[in-house]
Structures are given as structure tokens and as C-alpha cells.
Design a protein around this ligand. Structure first.
Ligand code: RM4
Ligand code: MN
Ligand code: MN
Length: 396
């Protein structure tokens, strides 16, 4: 790689920020049960502490996404506590995630529920979350709606669209200036016939209906097999409608595997679409790169470190694309040379570059090895062992 591209890639690393999810450090399950890890975090303090480890070792994760029901069960009453932890661990609160999918009343949906009382309850919770976000100076409100139905004819799809339209407008009215409302889509699960916000088009239309502070959130695992995700990203970025990502990888459905573990070229292509857009416009796209993974087999902190390192390596590779050259080749329809320009950058090994970047930023060259040497895992395993041993893994 030439000096110019090396520099471009270095600068890309300087600006890449990745938000970690608090729920990625806690015990979580599959639909069949939980696999308990002795080192898993049980409290919001432990989640901050674990996420701070990842940030200290990678230098790239200054914010922590919070799930209100799990992390601030008292809502606004828990804000002071979170502020204290933020200060103690040197991590800012990131996106605020309402929970309108877990409680019993949401069995038939939240803001798309035919029952006005349930819709009210869901909206009130989300409005509380807007306040929490405001008090914590978090910019992004990031609800995920599990709403949908399992059988044809069992729900009126169009009525539910109207409920959603009303709901997102009310949420938008409550936003403070500068806050953003990110609308996530997912094709199926938990609903298996229709999901109210099933794809980017539905999320886009709802965001437009909501107002100018609403954007689409792309969870990389929320697409059907073989869907062209980078094309979706290109459309969203072109229309300035992409608010953020939930990063994870998948082989079959919403598998929440480690980013790039199955298809690193997919991640590279997404980064490429964004960086090519940025080169054309001469400015950076305002996108929140967030992780949405919760590992129940691999160690939680180790897998987050892997994720961040993978994102850095692939982001650095996408920055190695010679945009001027690619643009020329695309315009002259030099198909093979254009493709080779893209593919060539993908096959560059950026691990040395990332290591050098870390060194010059006073970070460990190998964050995973540094984590293993730090003794942190042994310490938290000893501290949390008893509590986790008694945690319930069964649904019986
Ligand atoms: C969903 C979606 C949301 C996440 C929930 C728990 O599949 O990805 O972002 O909060 O899972
Ligand atoms: Mn998600
Ligand atoms: Mn998901």
C-alpha cells in the first residue's frame, strides 16, 4: 500500500468509534435456556467495569449502550447512579434502549397493539426513556419493536401501521433538539407471520412520518439470506437516513455471532459504501456504530475485544480503497479493474497497520493478549462466581 492510502487508513482508525452494549456482558440465553458464565456481569456497575476494560485495551469504545429496563429499572431515578458509574469508569452512556418486548402485556405487541391501554403503556415507557436520554446527555433513543403476528388474518396489518405512525410521531414530538430516534427493523422473530417493522423500507417510511430527527438503524443480522445489505446501506446513506448500526454476524438468521466471523467481506463492503460516500461528499457521515451481540458460549469480554479489533481491521481495509481510481474505473466501465481495486483492498492485511496505530496511541498492540495477561478475568470470576452459580439457567 502506498503512503497516501496508509495515511488514509490511519486517519480512519483515528475516527472509528464503536459502542458496546451493556447486555453483552450479562448472562443471556438462547430460546432453550441460558448458559451461565461465572464471570458474567450481574449489575450495571459490573457492566460498566467490563466495558471499560474493552475501551482501555482498544481505545475505540468510549460509550456504553444502556437498556433501560435492565440497567435503569427505576428510570429517571437511576440516572444519578449511572452518572456516577460513568465518571468512575470513564465511559459515557451511549444509546438508550427502551424495552417494550419483555413484559406480559406486550404479548400482542407494544405500540402496534390493538389495545389502546397497552399502546399507552409502551409509549409512556418510551417517553420516560427520552427523559433518561436527555438527563444522561445521550443522543440516541434506540427502541426495537418486537411487534407482529403469527398467523394470517389474526391481525389487521394496516391498522397496526396506523398505530405505529401515531406512536412514532408522539415519540418524535417528545425529543429534545439534538436527540435522534433510531428505528430498527427485523424480518421475523419473535413474530413468524408478519412483523410490523420488517425491513428498511418500513423503517424508512416510519422515520419520515416521525420527523427529521428520526433515522433508520441497520442491525446487520436482521436480513434475509442473500439480501444485498451494502445496497440498503448505500440507499440509506444517499438519502441521509442512516442513524446507526447494530453490528453482529449471522449464518442463518438473527444469530448475533461475532462481527465478521462468518463473512468479513460483507462488513468490508458496508464500510466501503460509507467511506466512498464520505469521499464523494468530502465529509463524514454521522453514523453510530454499535455492537449488538451477547455471547453465551465465548467469553463475553474476549468476544467484544475480537469484535472491536475485527471492525478496526476491516474499516482500515475499506479506507485502503483508492477512491479516485475506483471512481474513474467505474465511470469508464472498466469492470474487471474496478472490481480488482475493491477486492485488492479487501485482501490487504491491515493487522500490522492497526498494531502500529495502537502503539502510537499508547495502547497494547494485541488487546486480546493484554486482556489475558491483565488478570481481570480471574479477578471477576472469583468475585462473581457464587452469584452466577446460583443463577437460573432453566425455564422450568
Ligand atoms: C433484537 C434486536 C434488538 C435487541 C433485542 C434484544 O433482535 O436486535 O436490537 O435489543 O434483540
Ligand atoms: Mn439489534
Ligand atoms: Mn437482533
Amino acid at each position: 500500500m502506498g503512503d497516501r492510502l496508509f495515511e488514509k487508513s490511519w486517519k480512519a482508525l483515528d475516527r472509528l468509534r464503536i459502542e458496546l452494549p451493556s447486555w453483552g456482558f450479562a448472562n443471556t440465553g438462547t430460546r432453550f435456556g441460558k448458559f451461565i458464565q461465572l464471570a458474567a456481569a450481574n449489575t450495571i456497575e459490573e457492566k460498566f467495569s467490563d466495558a471499560a476494560q474493552v475501551h482501555q485495551l482498544t481505545g475505540a469504545c468510549p460509550t456504553l449502550a444502556l437498556h433501560v429496563q435492565w440497567d435503569l429499572p427505576g428510570g429517571t431515578n437511576d440516572v444519578a447512579k449511572v452518572q456516577g458509574l460513568s465518571k468512575k469508569f470513564g465511559l459515557r452512556p451511549g444509546s438508550i434502549n427502551p424495552n417494550v418486548f419483555q413484559n406480559q402485556e406486550y404479548k400482542y405487541g407494544s405500540i402496534g397493539n390493538p389495545d389502546p391501554a397497552v399502546r399507552r403503556k409502551a409509549l409512556d415507557h418510551i417517553l420516560d426513556c427520552v427523559k433518561v436520554a436527555d438527563l444522561l446527555q445521550s443522543r440516541d433513543l434506540s427502541p426495537w419493536f418486537a411487534d407482529g403476528s403469527n398467523y394470517p388474518g389474526s391481525q389487521n396489518i394496516r391498522k397496526r401501521i396506523e398505530f405505529f405512525e401515531e406512536g412514532v410521531q408522539e415519540i418524535h414530538r417528545a425529543l429534545k433538539p439534538g436527540q435522534r430516534f433510531l428505528i430498527e427493523y427485523k424480518p421475523f422473530e419473535p413474530a413468524f407471520y408478519h412483523t410490523d417493522i420488517a425491513d428498511w423500507g418500513m423503517a424508512y417510511l416510519l422515520a419520515k412520518k416521525a420527523g427529521p430527527q428520526a433515522f433508520v438503524l441497520v442491525d446487520t443480522g436482521h436480513h434475509y439470506q442473500s439480501q444485498n445489505i451494502e445496497q440498503i446501506v448505500a440507499w440509506l446513506v444517499h438519502n441521509e437516513m442512516i442513524g446507526g448500526f447494530h453490528f453482529n454476524d449471522r449464518r442463518y438468521a438473527d444469530d448475533d455471532l461475532t462481527l465478521g466471523s462468518i463473512d468479513p467481506y460483507q462488513v468490508f463492503r458496508i464500510f466501503h459504501e460509507i467511506q466512498m460516500f464520505e469521499w464523494e461528499r468530502g465529509r463524514h457521515a454521522d453514523i453510530a456504530y454499535m455492537v449488538d451481540q451477547s455471547h453465551n458460549l465465548k467469553g463475553k469480554i474476549e468476544s467484544m475485544i475480537q469484535t472491536v479489533c475485527t471492525a478496526q481491521e476491516l474499516y482500515a481495509r475499506a479506507a485502503l480503497v483508492d477512491h479516485e481510481k475506483l471512481d474513474r474505473l467505474q465511470q469508464s466501465c472498466s469492470l474487471v479493474d474496478a472490481e480488482e481495486t475493491l477486492r485488492g483492498a479487501f485482501w490487504e492485511d491491515t493487522r500490522d497497520l492497526v498494531r502500529e496505530w495502537r502503539k502510537s496511541n499508547g495502547l497494547p498492540e494485541n488487546p486480546l493478549a493484554a486482556f489475558r495477561q491483565s488478570g481481570y478475568l480471574e479477578k471477576i470470576t472469583a468475585e462473581r462466581r457464587d452469584k452466577n452459580m446460583t443463577a437460573s439457567a432453566s425455564y422450568a
